[in-house]
Design a protein around this ligand. Structure first.
Ligand code: BV8
Ligand code: ZN
Length: 243
């Protein structure tokens, strides 16, 4: 945890924010028991994910990719939002101009009640038809492999943005708009490695926003942050919101 004065300074700054954007990564879900991507228990380590979360891998072996997502869906089905997710949902209700951008595909922000939300890497509980593009929610665990579209019998894929795939232009436009117009950006639990999200702090900074960060470690964004607190999201985020 940063010094208590840093915490109080960040708390005051957030309380006076007129338009607040929050950017989250896997670190906010770590306290719900969801492994992060690059941490010691990292998901990407054990499951060669960098090769699996790509369109080429799905093209080459859709069964293997679906087996990996089935494993993650089964694992995530027992995970619940933590106090940091709930605090952000409460903040959205309290704060006039508020937007939450998450890189996480676990759906925990939505489950905690967040609605002013962009899930820029998609959502593991949504599937998309590779033939007709139909997108729908699918919570079945396990999902029968290989899943086919109810409308056109095409092969379904996870509605997730894989490496080398473009993000939804509507999401990118929304992120750009809120990052350029906010006066405060709070970055929680992301290693700042994956683009375009890794560039969002610079976008807000260029637009003159105050940038705060909560992370266990230093990240490439720490240099840009006006205040960077060391601590666990589930401990720090509720404190920042306390009246
Ligand atoms: C794009 C869905 C262009 C998958 C994800 C070479 C080849 C190909 C591409 C590239 C390349 N070089 C660069 C690229 C671009 C690439 C990229 O950035 N690669 C990186 C690896 C260098 N980006 C892309 O491909 C993106 N698309 O650029 O498109 C384009 C344009 C037009 C046309 C075609 C293409 C797409 C990126 C999206 C990839 N999909 N997820 C799935 O999950 O199944 S990314 C994946 O990483 C997750 O979504 C995750 O959220 C995200 C980022 O990771 P983090 O969230 O930061 O998690 P991490 O573990 O890294 O860090 C956790 C942090 O939390 C740590 O800092 C830790 O200290 C902290 N922490 C831990 N516990 C706590 C905590 N903090 C607080 N409290 C705690 N308790
Ligand atoms: Zn279809």
């Amino acid at each position: 945890m940063g010094s208590s004065s840093d915490l109080n300074q960040l708390k005051q700054r957030l309380a006076s924010a007129r338009s607040l954007v929050v950017l989250t990564g896997a670190g906010i879900s770590a306290d719900s028991g969801v492994p992060t991507f690059r941490g010691a228990d990292g998901l990407w380590r054990t499951y060669r994910a960098e090769e699996l979360a790509t369109p080429e891998a799905f093209e080459r072996d859709p069964r293997l990719v679906w087996e990996w997502y089935n494993w993650r869906r089964e694992f995530l089905a027992t995970k619940r939002p933590n106090d940091a997710h709930y605090a952000l949902a409460e903040w959205e209700r309290r704060q006039g101009r508020f937007w939450l951008i998450t890189q996480n595909v676990d759906g925990l922000h939505r489950e905690a009640g967040s609605r002013k939300l962009s899930e820029i890497h998609g959502n593991i509980w949504m599937v998309r038809c590779t033939r007709c593009g139909w997108v729908e929610k699918n919570r079945s665990v396990p999902i029968p492999i290989l899943p086919s579209c109810a409308r056109c019998a095409g092969l379904l894929r996870p509605h997730i943005v894989w490496f080398g795939e473009a993000l939804d232009p509507a999401d990118l436009a929304r992120c750009d708009e809120v990052l350029r117009t906010c006066d405060t950006l709070l970055i929680i639990g992301t290693s700042g490695v994956v683009y375009p999200a890794a560039g969002f702090a610079a976008t807000a900074k260029r637009a003159g926003a105050f940038v705060g960060e909560i992370n266990l470690d230093e990240t490439p964004q720490t240099a840009l942050a006006d205040i960077s607190l060391r601590g666990r999201a589930k401990d720090v985020v509720p404190l920042l919101l306390e009246r």
